[in-house]
Design a protein. Structure first.
Length: 54
């Protein structure tokens, strides 16, 4: 079974798509394992707001 150029392109494109999909899933798992996203305290936000405007 020999592949012509279009079949090699399809195989390489499929492999890249699979790698991107697996990489995305790994990234989501990593970010999700860090725990709950807690916003910054209001005091920190107020300090940042006053230093940037002044």
């Amino acid at each position: 079974m020999s592949f012509d150029r279009s079949q090699w392109t399809a195989v390489i494109t499929g492999a890249i798509a699979l790698l991107l999909g697996v990489g995305y899933l790994l990234l989501v798992q990593l970010l999700d394992s860090r725990g709950e996203m807690i916003p910054a305290p209001m005091s920190v936000l107020q300090i940042l707001g006053t230093t940037r405007s002044g």
